[in-house]
Design a protein around this ligand. Structure first.
Ligand SMILES: C[S@@+](CC[C@H](N)C(=O)[O-])C[C@H]1O[C@@H](n2cnc3c(N)ncnc32)[C@H](O)[C@@H]1O
Length: 375
């Protein structure tokens, strides 16, 4: 190849191997392997950024939904999504390596794997909303602001204020929460509830845990307490339970509904609520519930559903990662806790933990009872 002037193009000067360590011994090859291994840990973490880009394209264009009925060509998918077919093909070929898709028998065609099917919008516990929320500006800004958080920085608005200001993100967040709590709700509903009459779900979101319990146990009635913007949506989601379920708007720092007056004890459910708050606020929420129980003189239990940090496990768990995410999204005090730390919170708020059971993944159910007031 020559340039317009007829001369051969010169490539920029490169010093061969400039970035590599000096080969000082005959063990040079093994030095190179350990050099690559040392870098691999960080490179894998950095590479997850690009993997997330692939996940996001699939979520954003609902490609899992488009493939739900069977294989399709990349041209067909690109036309339906209104995107460039060559670029989409590059993304989908990486998605195959990430096990989200597979090649179909026809050329340039793709099919969903069972892993990829978890991104379909209608599968129970769909992970689609988790991807869209994680890609949103507040979530991305939160994670890159972690160094600032460690220096004592706090955002001007809380996450819940940001969700109220952006109704689409607010919807996606609640769908994310619904999907996240789906498996825990199904497992919770397997518990013996014959002694229970009323379930009060505090900060219940769209009511995933409450509706799982009420659907499995037709004798139960339920109340869900939420912020006004979420309560409106929760009513729609719980409408088919009719008179068995009431949604009330309120603030769990001020007051929570009193225990039910019918047969059976009342169970207060706190699902993934305490991890949004520092110890002072967590004890405040628990104390509001304890006050409602004590004032009624009725028997009640608290069922707290949260992830537990297990400090002695070597590999990072979902709870470890969520612990970092909580610090980013709720810098004022969001955190995951160990069982011992939950036990301390309960004691400080006048509860006693009576049992702990594993639910799905790192999530556990902690059952507590209110201690009588000290005279
Ligand atoms: C992480 S979400 C958990 C939702 C639901 N319990 C679940 O397990 O899917 C925490 C919930 O607390 C609600 N919340 C936050 N502050 C609140 C307050 N002051 N009073 C009542 N609910 C509140 C939020 O709207 C949100 O739905």
């Amino acid at each position: 190849m020559t340039t317009a002037s007829g001369k051969k193009p010169t490539l920029p000067h490169r010093t061969r191997g400039a970035q590599l360590p000096q080969q000082t011994s005959p063990a040079g090859v093994s030095d190179l392997f350990s050099y690559a291994n040392r870098r691999g840990v960080i490179q894998r973490i950095l590479g997850a950024d690009a993997d997330f880009g692939v996940l996001l394209v699939i979520a954003r264009f609902r490609i899992a939904d488009l493939l739900a009925e069977g294989p399709r060509t990349v041209e067909d998918l690109a036309a339906q999504c209104g995107v460039d077919a060559a670029k989409l093909g590059r993304i989908l070929r990486v998605a195959v390596k990430l096990k989200l898709l597979d090649h179909a028998s026809q050329p340039d065609s793709f099919v969903l794997t069972e892993e990829g099917r978890q991104l379909c919008s209608d599968v129970p516990g769909s992970l689609l909303w988790a991807v869209l929320v994680t890609a949103s500006q507040p979530w991305r800004e939160a994670i890159t602001s972690l160094p600032h958080v460690l220096q004592g920085g706090e955002p001007e608005t809380t996450l819940y204020e940001q969700l109220d200001a952006d109704p689409v993100l607010g919807q996606h967040f609640q769908r994310f929460m619904t999907a996240r709590s789906y498996a825990a709700g199904q497992l919770l509903a397997q518990r013996d509830c014959s002694h229970v009459g009323t379930v009060i779900d505090i900060g219940g979101g769209h009511g995933t845990l409450l509706s799982a319990l009420l659907r499995q146990h037709p004798h139960l009635s339920g109340v869900l307490l939420e912020r006004p913007s979420v309560a409106i949506e929760a009513r729609k989601h719980l409408a088919d339970l009719g008179g068995r379920c009431e949604v009330v708007e309120g603030d769990f720092f001020t007051a929570v509904p009193a225990p039910g007056e019918g047969d059976g004890i009342t169970v207060y459910v706190l699902g993934s609520v305490l991890h949004n708050w520092d110890d002072v606020h967590a004890i405040w929420i628990l104390s509001t519930i304890r006050d409602a129980i004590r004032a009624s003189g009725r028997q009640a239990q608290l069922w707290c559903v949260d992830m537990l940090i297990q400090p002695y496990l070597m590999a990072p768990t979902m709870a470890d990662r969520l612990n970092v995410r909580m610090m980013a999204n709720f810098p004022a005090g969001g955190q995951e806790r160990t069982f011992g730390e939950y036990s301390d919170l309960m004691t400080a708020a006048g509860f006693q933990l009576v049992t702990r059971e594993p639910l799905d993944g790192d999530t556990a159910l902690m059952v507590a009872e209110a201690l009588p007031a000290k005279s």
